[in-house]
Design a protein around this ligand. Sequence first.
Ligand code: SF4
Ligand code: SF4
Length: 264
Amino acid sequence: MIMLQEKVIEYSKEIGAGLIGFAPVSRWYEADVPPDFYPDALWSDCKTVISISVPSLLPIVETKISHLYRSQYDILNRRLDEIAYLIALFLIGKGYASLHVSRDGYGHQRMLRKNPCTAFSHVWAAYYAGLGTIGINQTLITKEYGPRHRLVSVFTTAEMQGSPMIVKNLCNRCGICVRMCPEKVFSQNEKNGRNNMNKIKCANQAFDGNPYNHCGFCIKTCPVGEDRKLYHAAKTQEYLAAHHDYTKWTMGIGGNLTGDRLSG
Ligand code: SF4
Ligand code: SF4
């Protein structure tokens, strides 16, 4: 089985996956995830979930909301679904029934706005597959890209070895995401000390009346991620200085991309 796993990794890199990890379904049994959304509750034959991530490029994320970002978002979504489908086909070719779970498992934004708990969580899948840890902003924080990436999952009947999970929380609890959120959707859960997120409020926020245009401040301002070094954007204090002055967001910190001129 290890050889099969190595082949899946090799193949996934060839077809454009950024990060990949493997999570046996048993890892869900001690989770905060509702049991109805365990992988084997959704598909009883499932033995392993393969989690795949591709990066969002920081200077383009910083232009969010913009056509430039929207274009990147569409490319990433198409690519993720294709990668997951091809990995499922690869495993089927080796004799293991498999299927891909598309990156927006809730189907449509309208459903998310009505009830955010209607879908399989790729974030939890990626956490159990060792890709990263879950931050205060409720995203999967990775060493490589912080929260600036998108996820997809493959369910397979192949019993694969679980990837080592990351023990030390990558979220440093700096609170920038909480301070920058214009909708104030994050609050502390007094019972367990974790953070709650009002996902409906987040899904309903839109600066220009388009529900697809999340502001994404909680993602673009997170200081974690090697991508920040690559784009010379390690100093995140500038975000706080421009706090809620949206006109300044087109300046971009990562690589000084002028989103207003590039994306309109
Ligand atoms: S901005 Fe800070 S608190 Fe928020 S997820 Fe990133 S590291 Fe954690
Ligand atoms: S996308 Fe915007 S509104 Fe939603 S949680 Fe992040 S900062 Fe808040």
